[in-house]
Design a binder for this molecule. Sequence first.
Ligand SMILES: [Mg+2]
Length: 225
Amino acid sequence: VVGFDLDMTLVDSAAGIVATLAATCAEQGVALDPDVVWRWNGVPLEETLTAIAPAVDPVATANRYRALYPEFGVGPTTLLPGAAEALEAVHDLGGRVLVVSTKIESAVRAVLAHVGLDAGRRGPDLVVGGLFAAAKGVRLAAEQADVYVGDHPGDVEAARVAGAASVAVATGPHAAADLAAAGADVVLADLTTFPAWLADFAARRASPESDIRDAGAAKPGCPSR
Ligand SMILES: [Mg+2]
């Protein structure tokens, strides 16, 4: 069972998020710096708005953002390299694919459909929205996730809470070194190398000589959890 984050892990949603936030805040006469918005990618919207636009009501503005997202946010969103193949690789091994995102579920589904990750071997078996960091981990644990893949230190925390291997991808606003420092079991430049990593992970887990129970134990020098 492999869970994936959505934004900046499977898709490049940065332009759509900036466009939607800009449109939402412009209605209230507030201008935003796209570079600042980028650094907050992956964090819950209300928390982001409190930090980057303190003049607006975060709850009302987040609701307005979600209403505008289908119009402004979905269209500019593109598939990241290796994302489709990563989902196919899980299915090819007989696994389940979960997409667990901070976005609301309707927005997750709209984005997945827009980039073609909504059917067949590329379609997730479960889509869950509205969760961040440890809350993602609780849901991943309920689904018995073996692996969680994400671009944010909160995704590393989610994997840890779930007792899953943490695969980090450096395709978002967080550098590889920061993701490693956050405790990721492995940091990939992007998802193009994920199928090879997954095949190795599955082979090590299946090996009768192996006493590997999770990725933490698999990593020399890394204490088992
Ligand atoms: Mg993300």
